[in-house]
Design a protein around this ligand. Structure first.
Ligand code: ZN
Length: 202
């Protein structure tokens, strides 16, 4: 599967002049929710991800996603793996399990995101699960922004990666874009455009 092409076809991989949450500028942006618009296409992605996880022989009881971003990917991955799907939600300083969801002691859980940037939300989800006695055996995401090292990926983890190095991260592909500080941004220097904030609010 050509994952980058799947993202392009879904208009999930944008070209332009973007202002990232970090304050840096970039020519490309991954609007990862777009690739999950069509459930049957989403299932093809999570089937491929599930195959990578199965091939590793890691036993999984449950998929847990950090809401909101990870919920659809997590649910589809749970379907592909034929296991239970739960999600955690933001609270001050971390994440927590609500809505009657439960985790049993020693339950083997994979934390699933749609996209891993530095892995901050995934790590908060993992901490919430571990506080309840669950065992986080792996992380998964459709796309990896290249800060963290994924299983079978070529790039080493960067210092920004928040995920523990002793727990594997499964992802379909690396999407490593160049980022520029605003004062060094070549597109700003050209003066033809202003950086726009894509993100979850537009
Ligand atoms: Zn710029």
């Amino acid at each position: 599967m050509n994952v980058e092409q799947v993202y392009k076809d879904a208009n999930a991989l944008l070209d332009g002049h973007f202002l990232l949450a970090s304050g840096n500028h970039s020519r490309r942006y991954l609007q990862s929710a777009k690739v999950l618009e069509y459930p049957k296409k989403a299932a093809l992605l999570t089937d491929a991800l599930a195959k990578m996880i199965r091939d590793s022989d890691i036993e999984i009881d449950t998929v847990c996603a950090p809401a909101l971003g990870g919920v659809l990917a997590g649910y589809e991955l749970a379907r592909s793996l034929d296991v239970r799907s739960i999600f955690v939600e933001k609270k001050e300083g971390g994440m927590e399990l609500r809505r009657g969801f439960e985790v049993s002691k020693g339950e083997k859980i994979i934390i699933c995101e749609d996209i891993i940037t530095t892995g901050g939300s995934a790590l908060k989800a993992a901490k919430a699960i571990e506080a309840l006695g669950g065992e986080v055996v792996a992380f998964a995401s459709l796309a990896n922004r290249g800060f963290c090292k994924r299983v079978d990926g070529n790039d080493a983890a960067k210092p920004e990666c928040a995920l523990p190095t002793d727990v594997p991260l499964f992802a379909l592909d690396d999407f490593t874009f160049e980022m520029y500080a605003p004062e060094e941004c070549p597109m700003c220097k050209e003066g033809q455009s202003e950086a726009v904030k894509p993100g979850s609010r537009s």
